[in-house]
Design a protein around this ligand. Structure first.
Ligand SMILES: C/C(=C\CNc1ncnc2c1ncn2[C@@H]1O[C@H](COP(=O)(O)O)[C@@H](O)[C@H]1O)CO
Length: 243
């Protein structure tokens, strides 16, 4: 009924031919939009195909190199590279740059999946592989598809969005044995306490949902947690012994 009235109103103002042309133009724009999405996903897959051991790391675009969270991200990036993990970030400044920088400094592979934004910052200077995305959802698919763990450093809305998306995927069983590690207890402690006192206490989270996330301040421990998760997913790595 509502649709009929909208169509009638449109005809009164523009006439039936103009309205039909508008509907056809809208449909053509949607076809073009879907094709852009498909191409973007394909480009991401092409870029990352063959990436077998990787971690996605998130955190503030605004952290400065003299800040502790930048330093922590840099040493996590190095530790991951030493352990053979490719480091994937959003390719931007701040914590992303720090993790990519650490990975490059340790001789590892560093990936940046950037996002086109109105106030373009550009990709950071520490990337071996990079791609800029128009669609957040296509970019998020790459973060999950190629990683065996997520590490989340302090950040704002962007980081929180990535954290809760990851937790939702694990909670709903879309991904399994997938470590979600919060780096920086000073920053995340309050959020964990709130999740326990509000959503969990209200019954909106199961008590063991909070076990899906681990908090750590120690880069070495974080790398060990990531490695343990990888082995749960893939089996233990062969040791290169002398026998
Ligand atoms: C706002 C500023 C730079 C924006 N540049 C970004 N480049 C790449 N990825 C980004 C950028 N901004 C946000 N992201 C994504 O969200 C997370 C950080 O967001 P937050 O709001 O800063 O926490 C990050 O993990 C990216 O994936 C510089 O001032």
């Amino acid at each position: 009924m509502g649709d009929r009235r909208t169509e009638d109103t449109a005809r009164e103002h523009h006439g039936p031919d103009e309205e039909l042309l508008r509907v056809i133009a809208d449909a053509a724009a949607d076809v073009a939009r879907v094709e852009r999405m498909r191409i973007e996903i394909e480009e991401g897959f092409d870029l990352l195909r063959g990436t077998e051991k990787a971690v996605s790391l998130f955190g503030s675009a605004r952290a400065r190199p003299d800040q502790p969270h930048y330093r922590l991200a840099r040493s996590i990036g190095s530790g991951l590279a030493d352990a053979g993990f490719t480091v994937i970030t959003g390719g931007g400044p701040g914590v992303m740059e720090a993790a990519n920088r650490g990975a490059v400094e340790a001789g590892g592979t560093s990936v940046g999946l950037g996002i086109e934004l109105a106030h373009e910052q550009g990709l950071n200077a520490y990337l071996d592989l990079a791609l800029d995305f128009r669609y957040f959802f296509a970019r998020k698919l790459m973060f999950v598809r190629y990683a065996s763990a997520f590490i989340v450093l302090p950040g704002g809305f962007g980081t929180l969005d990535e954290l809760f998306e990851a937790l939702t995927l694990v909670q709903t069983g879309k991904i399994h044995d997938f470590p979600v590690i919060l780096a920086g207890s000073d920053y995340w402690g309050g959020l964990i306490a709130w999740l326990r006192e509000r959503p969990a206490a209200s019954g909106y989270l199961a008590p063991d949902d909070l076990d899906l996330v681990t908090v750590s301040d120690d880069a070495d421990e974080i790398v060990r947690l990531v490695q343990a998760g990888w082995e749960r997913q893939h089996g233990p790595e062969p040791t290169h012994g002398t026998v």
